[in-house]
Ligand binder design. Structure first.
Ligand code: ATP
Ligand code: MG
Length: 880
């Protein structure tokens, strides 16, 4: 059975048990501060478990793109070395939201594995939760009983610890006991030698967990305690790649048809046969694995960057480049070549990658280039540190290793590897110490202490009524306190609210919550999953009374103008630049709009003007807003609505249309009733933000008017300065020409002056023994001329010359020392030593070569003393 069939059979099986099949959520998580990436199929359903929101279907199944590279579930270091942990993997799952429970879930799992996939019953083991004293939880006798009935005996049932049999999404959140299914894939001889029972949950590569059935019953709070959830749920997750390994009778996930196309391509390009060289095999697996994580994260909108989720992706990419560079000999970008292979392979199930293939390729190649440059610089840096290593008894101290890592982006394991090749070692404990210190520093700076929710009112859902209202009467449902070093804030959740929570690029609303006894400012409105959170400095005096919500209407009106203008801009860009333009990010606030989109070259002035004209034309047409709520997603797509990659859409969506032939977008944001309100649209900048991504910033309405007025005022001021007669351009051109001419004349004048100065200075030479000493103040306007003067004098006096020139340039003291070669050779005089000594007079320092050195300083008044000091030093040197 090939991988695609295996996946389909899973979905068909649960569809036949009345499950609604949903699509995978994006791999990048947007509205959840506790999670950067989807790490399990259940993430997108978190609110249903917690009871924040009713589930639209009681039974659901899907395949979910997961990434386990940060936080509670992090398998990164295993990847490549073992055969069954990946960074990105697909999790097949079925869910019950307050519907069926253990006695349905477990028999179904067994039926699917043994009757649909025909996996051998005698090779399977199951585990159930063995209880935990600290959490005061009993053994899961119910699951044990169900399994005993299914299997007909207790022989292959194990009781497991909290670590293996109590599943938690993160430090807080939904959790519960679980029951895992393991399979023993060893040969018959090996099985005869040792029972698989003892190998379950023992990191054996051929006795692996394939499926976990979690029985969600609790919510873990910030203080570590457990509270019962409002209902009991089932949440299961089966590793798709592991299932393929079991069904296809392979020893490793990488031997299945999920990975083989990538593996074969990599090995082919590296010029070796996979399976013949352990080190290269590991590297090949790392690449085959990591490219999936990188490509899908980028396709879902997470570009590599220097912080948070973007940095995690950058680190995975760099890990892959290191393995490619060190073990497979790829010294040039290579990873990007894997994208088409992967995109073709996943087209049927995750088409978003193929749809953005060129863009993803471009981003990865740029990242690779940049990192390969870093690697090269790091190697040079290590080379330059060689002397230091030797004097330190062949140890690179922790501080230096950390500096390489932190400042030069040079990975610690690579430093260790190179050091080893050169007969050095790295003080790893020292490195760790530096690392820990830095972590502590940043943790202390960022740490926020968040209390658990204080529940006042059991309303499940917050209704957002802000599309139609700017005020409302609401009640507080729950609140919590958030403390950082510098401030204390409160998060308030209301039963209904007109405040728009930041999302889709549009900033959150601000305003007031008023009651009889108090008025509280809403500083910001944010989303956490589907919760709408009002951020305030204080709590209302009277927690239980009615609150009047007042959105700042002036600000909201500016925001909505910018948001609608963003839609017009998006449509205009597609019209002018082409269909490859896709939104890659946006920011809409009361001041401006910022729109990032995929496009590979600079947008020309002409194109920008065209875009602007198209947008303004649509503003003048005063097109009315057509807002449709609750449109079935398929219908919206048929209308040609632009959906964004990496955005999570439900089955029903909101469609915003300004002229059905121009701009139709899926959008949850707030818009003007008709485009005329935008008034005027003006682009203020166009730039590059990342490889293949351009950014346009623009203003509308009053801001646009102000912007244009300012520009015109500047123009007027310039006109005033250059003269009103004739064209402005001509006048400025004339001024520039004149300026150039004057510069040239000045230069010639100075050169003449320099020539005559040269002879005056030479005539002032003093004889000290054989030496001609010229120590004088020069009259020059730049350091370049000072240097020229020194070299010119040496040309005339090639032997026995000691030249010390001082100068004041732009108010700062300067010093140049020039020696003839014969003095450097015979008398062991050194211009660097001399200049350093003399520079003390001007409170400065300098350097150069033995025959010519320069210095700058802070104290101009010290210049006068230098000629006499020079004479003294030379007299001393000659006397020796
Ligand atoms: P393991 O102990 O093997 O790391 P887990 O206990 O972390 O697994 P769960 O969190 O229960 O796994 O996830 C459900 C299923 O997802 C597992 O049974 C397994 O088949 C699969 N899975 C988990 N982590 C990975 C991974 N890193 N790569 C591939 N599949 C995985
Ligand atoms: Mg794990």
């Amino acid at each position: 059975m090939n991988a695609a069939d295996i996946r389909q059979k899973f979905l068909d099986f649960f569809a036949s048990k009345d499950h609604h099949i949903v699509s995978s959520a994006p791999i990048v998580v947007k509205d959840d501060p506790t999670l950067m990436f989807t790490n399990a199929g259940m993430n997108q359903f978190k609110d249903y478990f917690l009871g924040n929101k009713p589930a639209p279907y009681a039974r659901v199944a899907n395949t979910q793109k997961c990434l386990r590279v940060s936080g509670k579930h992090n398998d990164l270091e295993e990847v490549g070395y073992d055969t069954y942990h990946h960074t990105m993997f697909e999790m097949l799952g079925n869910w019950s939201f307050g519907n069926y429970f253990k006695k349905e879930a477990l028999p179904w799992a067994w039926e699917l594995l043994t009757e649909v996939y025909n996996l051998p019953k005698e090779r399977m083991y199951v585990s159930v939760f063995g209880g935990d004293e600290k959490d005061n939880l009993p053994k899961d006798e119910e699951a044990f009983g169900i399994w005993k009935k299914i299997l007909g005996s207790e022989e292959r049932i194990l009781f497991g610890s909290k670590k293996d049999n109590f599943w938690e999404m993160g430090e807080t959140g939904p959790c519960g006991p679980c029951s895992e299914i393991h399979i023993d894939l060893r040969s018959d001889e090996e099985v005869a030698r040792q029972s698989g029972y003892d190998l379950v949950n023992n990191d054996h590569p051929q006795v692996v967990e394939i499926w976990n059935n979690v029985f969600m019953e609790f919510n873990r709070l910030a203080d570590g305690s457990l509270v019962k959830l409002p209902a009991q749920h089932v949440d299961t997750g089966m590793g798709f790649e592991r299932l393929c390994m079991a069904i296809q009778g392979k020893q490793s996930n990488y031997d299945t048809d999920v990975f083989q196309p990538l593996i074969q391509f990599i090995a082919g390009e590296a010029g070796y046969t996979y399976g013949t060289d352990e080190k290269k095999d590991i590297a090949t697996r790392v690449l085959a694995d990591h490219i999936r994580a990188i490509a899908f994260a980028i396709a879902d909108g997470q570009l590599p960057s220097n912080n948070k989720a973007g940095y995690v992706i950058r680190r995975i990419l760099r890990r892959a480049v290191r393995y490619a560079f060190t073990f497979l000999g790829f010294k040039k970008p290579f990873l990007y070549k894997l994208v088409p292979v992967l995109a073709d392979q996943t087209l049927g199930i995750f088409p978003e990658l193929k749809a953005q293939q060129n863009f993803v390729v471009r981003v990865i190649e740029e990242e690779e280039l940049a990192f390969l440059r870093t690697l090269e610089n790091g190697l040079k840096r290590i080379d330059s540190l060689r002397d230091k290593f030797t004097s330190n008894q062949n140890i690179i101290d922790g501080k230096t290793a950390f500096e390489l890592y932190d400042t030069f982006g040079f990975p610690a394991d690579l430093t260790a590897l190179i050091a080893k090749e050169n007969g050095f070692s790295v003080d790893e404990a020292g490195f760790e110490k530096e690392m820990q210190e830095q972590k502590n520093r940043s943790r202390n700076a960022a740490q926020a202490e968040q209390s658990d929710w204080v529940i006042l009112n059991d309303e499940a859902e917050t209704a957002f009524i802000g599309y139609d209202n700017l005020t409302a009467e609401a009640r507080l449902v729950k609140y919590r306190q958030v403390k950082t070093k510098s401030k204390t804030e409160y998060h308030l959740v209301l039963d209904k609210t007109p405040f728009y929570a930041e999302s889709g690029g549009q900033v959150g609303d601000t305003g007031f919550l008023e009651s009889e006894l108090s008025q509280v400012r809403v500083l910001d409105t944010k989303k956490e999953n589907d919760l709408i959170i009002h951020v305030t400095h204080d709590l209302p005096e009277d927690l239980n009374s009615s609150l009047t919500c007042l959105v700042d209407t002036g600000r909201r009106s500016l925001i909505q103008k910018n948001h609608s203008a963003t839609h017009l801009l998006h449509a205009a860009l597609k019209e002018v630049l082409g269909d490859h333009v896709n939104q890659k990010g946006s920011l809409v606030n009361e001041k401006l709009l910022r729109f990032d989109f995929s496009h590979f070259t600079k947008v020309t002035e002409d194109q920008l003007r065209d875009v602007e004209s198209i947008v303004n034309e649509h503003i003048r047409k005063n097109i009315p807003l057509n807002e449709q709520r609750n449109v079935p997603i398929e219908e919206a797509k048929a209308m040609g609505a632009m959906a964004l990659f990496g955005e999570k859409y439900g089955d029903f969506v909101r469609v915003i249309t300004f002229d059905k032939d121009f701009s139709v977008e899926l959008c949850g944001g707030i818009h003007v009733p008709s485009t005329g309100e935008i008034g005027y649209f003006k682009i203020v900048s166009e730039s590059s933000v990342a490889a293949g991504v351009r950014r346009i910033e623009a203003v509308t309405a009053v801001s646009a008017e102000q912007y244009v007025q300012e520009q015109l005022q500047q123009l007027e001021a310039i006109k005033e300065l250059v003269g009103q007669q004739g064209s402005l351009t001509k006048n400025v051109e004339r001024l520039l020409e004149e300026n150039n001419l004057l510069k040239k004349q000045l230069e010639q004048f100075e050169l003449k002056q320099l020539a005559s100065q040269k002879y005056t200075l030479i005539s002032q030479a003093k004889k000290i023994d054989q030496i001609s000493l010229i120590a004088e103040k020069a009259d020059v306007s730049s350091a370049d001329y000072l240097k020229k003067l020194a070299y010119d004098i040496r040309n005339v006096v090639p032997e026995n010359l000691v030249l010390v020139l001082t100068a004041e340039i732009d108010g700062k003291p300067q010093l140049a020392v020039m020696l003839s070669d014969n003095l450097v050779a015979d008398k062991s005089l050194n211009a660097v030593a001399l200049v350093k000594e003399l520079a003390k007079e001007i409170k400065g320092g300098g350097g150069g070569q033995p025959f010519y050195a320069t210095a700058g300083g802070k104290d101009v008044s010290g210049l006068a003393a230098i000629p006499a000091k020079a004479e003294e030093l030379i007299a001393k040197a000659v006397a020796v």
